[in-house]
Design a protein around this ligand. Structure first.
Ligand code: 13P
Ligand code: ZN
Length: 281
């Protein structure tokens, strides 16, 4: 491995990026090449990495466009690459791409060695970044897609409705409403990897920082790697608890004990949360 590549791999943001990939793998959310991760770099991080960039590749049109991401730089996992391999060899499994001035194309400036390309879900990541930049005044930088088992299983047996999913997850575990007070969106089953699912998901990301993809997985957004991973982890754990409780209760959601809507309002009051009121009775 060359000194140049080591330079970028040792940057703080790259260590956070590769650690998240490994954490997700250890949770079992990334069978084969399943799941992907992108990070919108800070200006000072781009500057620190520029001396190590390679001759840029060709511009590749994404089929989507965002004015507020013109000339930005993203770290992205590679399409077809495995999360379990990222930490051991970032340069082959991860890359840095530059966005053109029109905000509609990328080119590789580091990594993705031996012909790798950004994740096939890059259009979804890109539009999600765009709406989350807008929604959070630039605070959100991380978009994470995983295939968590229990969330996917629930999409087989529950109505594909944001209110139904959010209420079930909020009531599964007391601190859920603190972690995702806006709730979770739900995208119906769609063909992955293109502009249509990217538009459908980013529309929901205007309201939510998590969107479930029916029979596929979930997208989450956050300002840093810990909060973004923590959001995925919390929702997946709540889905597991809800699914187990349903199985223990003859598949009925009419539980002997649960958190009431008043209980949820009381948490919101004491924790100073701005809760999605539409999702409370
Ligand atoms: P990539 O290997 O292209 O990232 O695709 C994996 C995936 O999860 C598609 O939804
Ligand atoms: Zn996927």
């Amino acid at each position: 491995m060359s000194e140049e590549i080591k330079g970028i791999e040792q940057q703080e943001f790259m260590r956070g990026f590769t650690r998240l990939c490994d954490d997700g793998w250890l949770q079992g959310w990334h069978e084969r090449n399943g799941g992907n991760l992108t990070y919108r770099m800070k200006a000072e991080e781009v500057e620190a990495c520029k001396p190590f960039f390679k001759e840029p590749g060709e511009w590749v049109n994404m089929g989507v466009q965002a004015d507020n991401l013109r000339s930005e730089y993203f770290v992205t996992t590679g399409s077809g690459r495995y999360m379990r391999n990222v930490q051991g060899d970032p340069a082959h499994n991860v890359g840095i791409v530059e966005i053109n001035e029109a905000g509609d194309s990328w080119r590789i400036v580091w990594g993705l060695e031996d012909g790798a390309k950004p994740t096939s879900e890059f259009p979804s990541h890109f539009l999600n970044h765009s709406v989350r930049v807008e929604a959070t005044n630039g605070a959100d930088r991380v978009i994470y897609h995983a295939h968590p088992d229990n969330v996917i299983a629930l999409t087989k047996v529950m109505p594909l409705d944001a209110r139904e999913f959010t209420r079930a997850l909020w009531k599964a575990m007391t601190e859920c409403i603190v972690v995702f007070p806006k709730g979770v969106g739900v995208v119906p089953w769609m063909v992955p990897g293109g502009a249509d699912i990217a538009h459908a998901t980013s529309e929901l990301m205007k309201t939510f920082d998590a969107a479930i993809w029916a029979q596929h997985g979930m997208f989450v957004s956050g300002p840093d790697f810990d909060l973004t991973f923590g959001l995925m982890h919390t929702i997946e754990k709540a889905a597991k608890i809800h699914g187990q409780a349903l199985a223990m209760n003859n598949c009925s959601g009419d539980f002997m004990n649960t958190i009431t809507d008043q209980g949820l309002r009381d948490i919101a009051r004491d924790f100073g949360l701005t809760v999605n009121e539409d999702f409370l009775d």
